[in-house]
Design a protein around this ligand. Sequence first.
Ligand SMILES: [Zn+2]
Length: 140
Amino acid sequence: MSQDLVNAAIAASANAYAPYSNFHVGAALLLDDGQIVSGANFENASYGMTLCAETVAIAKANSDGTLRKIVAIAVAGGPAGQVAANDEAITPCGRCRQIIKEVADLTERDIPVHCAHANGYDTYLLSELLPHGFGPANLK
Ligand SMILES: [Zn+2]
């Protein structure tokens, strides 16, 4: 099942708009009913306004009303529709880790993030990717 989610992330990368970096990233969210929501990075000429694939997928789930159903995430990057020829897993950037933390706090799940690389994928829990993260509890 996790490989299916990684494959969905790889497939989503084919839809990335990445004319500047040429690094196509796809993300896929597994919902608690088995549905998959995908996203791809959307670059911008200003660079700083670029939207990451994970952010796009999570915003899509939010718009669909399925944010609370997210149980796992996969991310893959490289050439469009492929995984980078690199043994090092593609992990979410710092901003995306913070966005995933919001989902983790909302769902009360330590979200597993499957990160693709040339030989498969590595799985990290959000708490491993973002230890001591800032969340809703800090605002109380
Ligand atoms: Zn990111």
